[in-house]
Ligand binder design. Structure first.
Ligand code: NDP
Ligand code: BG6
Length: 513
């Protein structure tokens, strides 16, 4: 019996038992994500004995790849991208049950062949397998694949036992509210919502899950977690990388679609949501949807709540890097933002009047994702004379999501000496120091949770729509004004002046993470 069946363990955020016998079918198996993330995730689950004893991996794609070659490519992907070295015993358990089916994403006959392939696996095994379909293709074929899963009977074979077929859908989930709704409708025609797992890999990050544990497993935060004590919240998702070879994709996307609408909003939802009634997926997702729906519509246009910019040439890590408009595959007059910053207001009892500032960009000074909760300034009267009231720092609690994961608290402290002088100091907790560094990758957690049937760390359909509802008017506006209002920032900086102005208008400034 595998370990997973002997011991209950923590998944999503609550306690579960191991995954049932499963076959994962990856659509787009010849692609980049499969090699860089999905195969290494499966390997590491095998390494940790977290796969069910009866586990099968089937790659699917238009490229014809013989089984043996697919296994070699998969082993090469593990060697290149896995966080741990390939260990022969752990890999051979996966490789022995790995195969490949070639076919188009809109060819009914190819889906019949896939169905026959899966039936043959089950016949040989002598039992039925849970079928987990992972759609890892460009979004243009998400809907056709789902439709063919329906018409071929692959999705509905176990209608009486709905957990027997599940679908994981990669991002981006739509490009605006209309397309996200259409995709939800297409998926809903074939799968029930509880069978659908929309990926946001940020939810699989260890520190993102820890956010809820910090908030609700400690008594000291919740009483202060509201407008009476919190002055503002800043969420920064900064990247050093530029668009690299992904220019074609990025031109259609931009920072708002690529990072803000999904990853950054998930961080906001977990920070701002009410305590859920339980750690069940639906309880958490209900609270996230409520808080997303409580965000006030954005004021758009000059002096509005949103800033956008593109990076210009600059220096990063001592090297000169080109501006966005000089990158490969980018139109010289591109209207795509590589940076976006926003000022959001949440209209509910807890957060009324507390600005939430969000920013995300490529080619910024340093790779860092953090949530900084700034508390109100303490009354400084006691220290007047020695330290002016305004010299007392506000307390800040920051969740360092990546890299160097941790939790930091800024406190005012007396500087040793005969006079009473205060100085802000940082109290640090670092995951790596306490727990070691080689933690599971987001995709390991997410693939395992989908196998187990825990949707906590996935996006529900109404959640995706709530976020798109907020941002679609911004995207429409930008589309209508062309490059007007597009700011620039030097690669290697912390962003454009217009992002500073957003905060300065409310007497705030961006924190240097
Ligand atoms: P790829 O561009 O590598 O595409 C995956 C596979 O899909 C290809 O190998 C190809 O397989 C098939 N494919 C490519 N273009 C088309 C097309 N126009 N029409 C139909 N099929 C096509 O994508 P990735 O692997 O990079 O990404 C897969 C999904 O994951 C995407 O939705 C992406 O947004 C998402 N994602 C990717 C990340 C990454 O780091 N790569 C990060 C986060 C999300 P074949 O020709 O054999 O059919
Ligand atoms: C992806 C975006 O979703 O997230 C990329 O498409 C971005 O543009 C990436 O680089 C960042 O993820 P991480 O885990 O490196 O912060």
């Amino acid at each position: 019996m595998p370990d997973t069946q002997r011991h209950p363990f923590l998944h999503g955020l609550s306690l579960h038992r191991g995954a049932p016998p499963t076959v994962i079918v990856i659509f787009g198996a010849s692609g980049d994500l499969t090699a860089r993330k999905l195969i290494p995730a499966v390997y590491n689950l095998s390494h940790d004995n977290l796969l069910p004893a009866d586990f099968f991996l089937v790659g699917y794609g238009r490229t014809a790849i013989p089984d043996e070659e697919f296994r070699s490519l998969a082993a090469a992907a593990v060697r290149e991208f896995s966080r741990r070295e390939l260990r022969e015993d752990a890999w051979s358990r996966v490789a022995a049950h790995t195969s490949y089916v070639a076919g188009a994403y809109d060819d009914p006959k190819a889906f019949d062949r896939l169905a026959e392939h899966l039936d043959a696996l089950e016949r040989k095994l002598g039992r039925e397998l849970q079928r987990l379909f992972y759609i890892s293709t460009p979004p243009s074929v998400f809907a056709p694949i789902v439709r063919h899963l329906g018409t071929s009977g692959l999705a509905g074979r176990h209608r009486d036992q709905p957990h027997h077929a599940r679908v994981i859908v990669e991002k981006p989930f739509g490009k605006d509210l209309g397309s996200a709704r259409a995709l939800n409708t297409a998926i809903g025609a074939v799968f029930a919502e509880h069978q659908v797992y929309r990926i946001d890999h940020y939810l699989g990050k260890e520190t993102v899950q820890d956010l809820l544990v910090q908030r609700f497993a400690n008594a000291i935060f919740e009483p202060l977690w509201n407008r009476n004590f919190i002055d503002s919240v800043q969420i920064t998702v900064a990247e050093e990388v530029g668009v690299g070879s992904r220019g074609g994709y990025y031109e259609q996307s931009g920072a708002l679609r690529d990072m803000i609408q999904n990853h950054t909003m998930q961080l906001l939802a977990l920070t701002a949501m009410e305590p859920p009634g339980s750690l069940e997926a639906e309880a958490i997702r209900d609270e996230k949807v409520k808080v997303l729906n409580a965000i006030q519509p954005l004021t758009i246009g000059p002096a509005g709540d949103v800033a956008r910019a593109q990076y210009s040439a600059g220096m990063l890590g001592g090297k000169a890097v080109p501006g966005y408009l000089e990158e490969e595959g980018i139109a010289p007059d591109s209207n795509t933002e590589t940076f976006a910053a926003l000022r959001l207001s949440i209209n509910n009892w807890r957060w009324q009047g507390v600005p939430f500032y969000l920013r995300s960009g490529k080619r910024m000074a340093r790779r860092v994702t953090e949530i900084a909760v700034n508390f109100r300034r303490p009354p400084g009267t006691l220290f007047a004379g020695e330290t002016s009231r305004f010299d007392l720092a506000a307390n800040t609690l920051s969740f360092q999501i990546q890299p160097d994961e941790g939790l930091h608290l800024i406190l005012n402290t007396k500087v040793p000496g005969l006079e009473t002088r205060t100085q802000p100091v940082k109290m640090n907790f670092r995951y790596a120091t306490t727990f070691g560094s080689n933690t599971a990758e987001a995709y390991e957690r997410l693939v395992l949770d989908a196998m187990i049937g825990d949707g906590t760390l996935f996006i529900r359909g109404d959640e995706a729509e709530a976020s798109w509802k907020l941002y679609t008017p911004v995207l429409d506006y930008w589309n209508s004004v062309g490059r007007s209002g597009m700011d620039t920032y030097a690669a290697g900086s912390w962003g454009p002046a217009s992002a500073e102005a957003l905060l300065a208008a409310r007497g705030h400034g961006w924190r240097q993470p």
